[in-house]
Design a protein around this ligand. Structure first.
Ligand code: ADQ
Length: 494
């Protein structure tokens, strides 16, 4: 079996204390790396002055070598906070209105990708399979090809791929699309995302479609397919079962005092539809006043990306909104919404999912949404809770037996909450068991194996640089090889 090299923006270094079990994705990738032997490279999360980036920090755990690099403050500002989180993230989540294009940030994004390529280059062995993850690193394969790498390289996009009219609004869209054609296998969360990507390619005439999954460009063929990501289904179910015995679980049950628990779990992000969800919950309580004092919504929302102004503003908006609903509808002994801004450990989360009668998973747009899958896996077979799921989450393509809603339709979602809470046991069991069958058939280990099998089946590329043009504007000494590309005219940006 070929060695596996994984590259992602952040790297989940194992927690030696064992107190914070990693999420499903990290577990699956680590087990693939452990089996094949491998390397995982990414950003250390630290930033430093321009001339202070040191050597890679290497750490070996069993069969896996972790390689971490620092970035400069400018890198973090331009590549991570700038282009990745203020252009690509909003664009891929259909928020053209929030995208802030800046040439400096766009150039920084390509420059840091080139830097990652230069860090990875000396570590690559001839037969390695290279698997690159997510929107931070789209041009990485093109940079590696430019530096002579002929290995098989795959890419998986964890977030949605938008329709061409949205993607093409981004000034640098053509360079990004072209750089994706340097991969051997491109993985998307859903068929819909893959089709959007295929439409983008065809509108720009960048590749010829050979069949559903294969595309030809520049004398080579690459694959683009949906690989819906799963969770560690059986392990998560067992975790939830064990969590029900803990003291925390008992305290929580006590504090509910017989009220039904409705749960929402999301990173604080505008794509997650949290404000629309609270509006829907308020609408439900107002139109079904007999339910007041009988339910509690627990919204667990750790802050993320607080350095981006929209996130800071959203944090205030959600807190105010929850406070307003609690003020308007709450009583001395009943708080309708418990709003918590912290991350919970996985066992605690699993136990809360299991206790809940209903989960509100209502993103306005989401690549997959693993919370939906975790909630289902955590349920009790004999008396499962109901999953209320946005049609705009990738998970809705698989979990068709959830109660599917349009999160923009606040009153409709409010009515769906009422229907879900009243759903008879038999219907809940039927829906749950169908969803559980899906989750068992496609868990995160199957997802990982399927992708790697497809990648391993690809032929090794011929030794020649890919004709990928990447707009660049940099004078970084550590990115020497791209002098030529640096002369790319500014017109490419717009
Ligand atoms: P995220 O946007 O982070 O991921 P999601 O898939 O819902 O979204 O969650 C990822 C993980 O974070 C889950 O395992 C969940 O349990 C955990 N998590 C969320 N809130 C938490 C909390 N309060 N405390 C502890 N853990 C919490 C991106 C894409 C998604 C895609 C995933 C995986 O945006 O669409 O599903 O990658 O590909």
């Amino acid at each position: 079996m070929a060695r596996l090299v994984v590259v992602s923006n952040r790297v989940p270094i194992p927690d030696k204390s064992g107190t914070a079990p990693a999420g499903g994705l990290a577990v699956a990738l680590q087990s693939a790396l452990e089996a094949r032997g491998g390397l995982w490279l990414g950003w250390s999360g630290r930033s430093c002055a321009d001339d202070a980036v040191g050597p890679l920090q290497m750490q070996k755990e069993g069969n896996i070598e972790y390689a971490l690099t620092d970035l400069t403050e400018r890198d973090v500002e331009e590549y991570y906070q700038g282009f990745a989180n203020r252009v690509l993230w909003p664009i891929c989540h259909y928020r053209l209105d929030l995208a802030e294009y800046g040439r400096r940030e766009m150039a920084g994004y390509f420059r840091v990708n080139r830097f990652f390529a230069s860090r990875l280059l000396p570590l690559i062995e001839p037969d390695d399979l290279i698997w690159i993850h997510d929107y931070h690193l789209i041009p990485l394969a093109a940079e590696l090809r430019r530096q002579g790498v002929t290995n098989r390289i795959g890419f998986f996009l964890h977030i949605p791929w938008p329709a061409p009219d949205v993607f093409h609004a981004m000034p640098v869209h053509e360079a990004l699309l072209t750089s994706l054609t340097a991969y051997d296998v491109l993985g998307f969360q859903t068929e819909h995302d893959r089709e959007n990507f295929a439409d983008c390619l065809s509108r720009r005439d960048l590749a010829a479609r050979l069949d559903a999954s294969r595309f030809a460009t520049d004398g080579r063929v690459f694959t683009a397919r949906p690989y819906p990501i799963g969770i560690e289904t059986e392990e998560f179910a067992a975790l939830a079962k064990r969590a029900a015995q803990t003291a925390l679980h008992k305290r929580m049950l006590q504090s509910l005092d017989g009220k039904q628990l409705i749960i929402g779990v999301d990173r604080l992000d505008y794509s997650k539809g949290i404000t629309q969800r609270i509006d829907a919950f308020e609408s439900f309580l107002t139109r079904h006043s007999d339910s007041q004092r009988k339910v509690t919504l627990l919204q667990i929302t750790p802050k993320s990306r607080s350095e981006v102004p929209e996130y800071e503003a959203m944090q205030r908006a959600v807190a105010e909104q929850a406070g307003r609903v609690n003020g308007a509808l709450g009583t001395v002994d009943w708080v309708p919404i418990r709003y918590i801004n912290r991350s919970l450990r996985r066992p605690a989360l699993a136990g809360l999912y299991r206790m809940a009668k209903l989960a509100l998973v209502t993103p306005l747009r989401d690549g997959m949404n693993l919370v939906a899958k975790e909630f289902v896996a955590a349920q009790r077979e004999e008396d499962p809770g109901v999953l209320l799921l946005s049609r705009f989450a990738g998970a809705a393509q698989e979990l068709k037996e959830a109660v599917l809603v349009n999160p923009y339709d606040v009153e409709g979602t409010g009515e769906a909450i009422a229907r879900s809470l009243a759903m008879p046991l038999e219907e809940r069991r039927e829906r749950w068991s169908a969803m559980m069958t899906t989750l068992r058939a496609n868990d995160v280990f199957t997802w990982c194996d399927t992708f790697l099998k497809d990648l391993a089946a690809k032929p090794v590329q011929k030794a020649r640089p890919a004709s990928v043009s990447t707009p660049v504007r940099t004078s970084e000494a550590r990115t020497q090889p791209l002098r030529k590309a640096m002369s790319t005219p500014v017109a490419r940006w717009s």
